[in-house]
Design a binder for this molecule. Structure first.
Ligand code: PLP
Length: 416
């Protein structure tokens, strides 16, 4: 059991009064999570007491800031169980990590007519990055279809591979449906064809442990702000043998060894991919966020969030006209709650109440959810809808908040 009351005290924003409603019910965690004091205070402390540019300075503060920054990289390495810290590249977030791979991998290994395999549930960041490469190089995008329930059609994966397939890029967890994709199986199939796989872990890292060596993915991307860390920082993990073979992403300071007007030599990993001053304060914040999650423990976090998701699915299903997208089964064959296909995200639509109206009215009742296409327009098209209302949970949410959501939806339904 999570010590929820204690945990909530770490997040002062959860005590805010919005309109005349108290306390705020924040169910927009898939978009961004709130930050605990431990993260904000560590960052403030670094700005107040340490701040200096990293890597280039001989003076005390610069060395201290560098040590903190590199210690954060080691914390990320441990969090993902990467083999070495040189496989951990700091980026601005999942989007930048995916763009980096699409751009650099595309430049090095793809030519006109070569193919990337995506899925129908991808976030725009894992679609448009490849489309930019498509425009530059004439590559082709192939798509793994899903079932009506939003599950990846594993039976269709094998047939998408051919001699032109160069890479697979797939989300770990759908940000719309919460479905946990069978990335292990996809990686196994891809590797049997000698094809590397990028996993978009934006929605998995906050909810369950990821071991990149065990997964055997070739690249893995995630965002700090979705796992209780600061905005503006994220991670690209890449197997050393791949990162070594990719050209740099951006040019500038930090990523070079020597520069002349005739020739530049590039820095070692991971610095080759980190042009310019990194956000070394945000890396500290990210490390403290990962420490925070680790100190609570994923066993407890998963148990709590799965309980909340199962509870929310069953309570929301009581509402007349409620349509929940994605798999809705909560009880497995053993009679126990089974949300193995679904993480802490629930997308729904109530009767013919427009999702935007629902979201706006929920907001007036003090409940923050997200509405719209959730940066997944192709998935919306597949589901035959324009958008949904999405409630997404974090470790600080409670059953009482689910009850508040339910009561608010019932009230809104009466208004219509
Ligand atoms: N991929 C998925 C599955 C996401 O949910 C998101 C954000 O919602 C992203 C990628 C992009 O993340 P960011 O905006 O932090 O780069």
């Amino acid at each position: 059991m999570l010590p929820i009351d204690q945990i909530r005290k770490d997040f002062p924003i959860l005590g805010r009064k919005i309109y005349d409603k108290y306390p705020l019910v924040y169910l927009d965690n898939a978009a961004t999570t709130q930050k605990p004091r431990q993260v904000v205070e560590a960052m403030a402390d670094e700005y107040y007491n340490v701040n200096a540019n990293v890597h280039r300075g001989v003076h005390f503060l610069s060395q201290q800031a560098t040590d903190l920054h590199e210690a954060s990289r080691e914390t990320v390495r441990r969090f993902l169980n990467a083999r070495t810290a040189s496989e951990i590249v700091f980026t601005r977030g999942t989007t930048e990590s995916i763009n980096l791979v699409a751009s650099c991998f595309g430049q090095a290994f793809m030519k006109e007519g070569d193919e990337v395999i995506l899925t129908e549930v991808e976030h725009h960041s894992n679609i448009v990055s490849w489309q930019l490469l498509q425009q530059r190089k004439g590559i082709k995008i192939r798509v793994i279809p899903i079932t009506d329930d939003g599950l990846i059609r594993l039976d269709c994966v094998e047939a998408l591979f051919n001699e032109r397939t160069k890479i697979v890029s797939i989300s770990h967890v759908s940000n719309v449906l919460g479905t946990v994709n069978p990335v292990r199986e996809v990686i196994r199939i891809a590797h049997a064809h000698g094809v590397p796989v990028l996993v978009d872990g934006a929605q998995s890292t906050p909810h369950f442990p990821v071991d990149v060596q065990e997964l055997d993915c070739d690249f893995f991307a995630f965002s700090g702000h979705k796992i209780y860390g600061p905005t503006g920082i994220g991670v690209l993990y890449g197997k050393e043998q791949w990162l070594d073979r990719l050209p740099p992403y951006m040019g500038g300071g930090e990523m070079i060894k020597t520069v002349s007007f005739e020739r530049t030599t590039f820095n070692d990993l991971p610095y080759k991919f980190e042009a310019g001053t990194p956000d070394y304060v945000a890396s500290t914040g990210l490390a403290r966020a990962l420490d925070y999650v680790s100190s609570i423990g994923f066993d407890a976090i998963e148990a709590h969030e799965q309980d909340l998701t199962a509870y929310a699915l069953s309570r929301l299903s009581e509402i007349l006209g409620m349509h929940i997208y994605g798999p809705t089964q909560t009880i497995g064959p053993d009679g126990q709650p089974d949300v193995s296909h679904r993480d802490a995200v629930i997308s729904f639509q109530v009767g013919n109440i427009h999702h935007l109206d629902m979201g706006t009215l929920l907001d007036r009742l003090g409940i923050a959810v997200r509405t719209g296409h959730h940066c997944a327009e192709p998935l919306m098209r597949r589901l035959g809808i324009e958008g949904t209302c999405r409630a997404s949970f974090a470790l600080y949410n409670t059953r009482e908040e689910v009850d508040a959501l339910l009561a608010a939806i019932l009230r809104i339904q009466q208004m219509f």
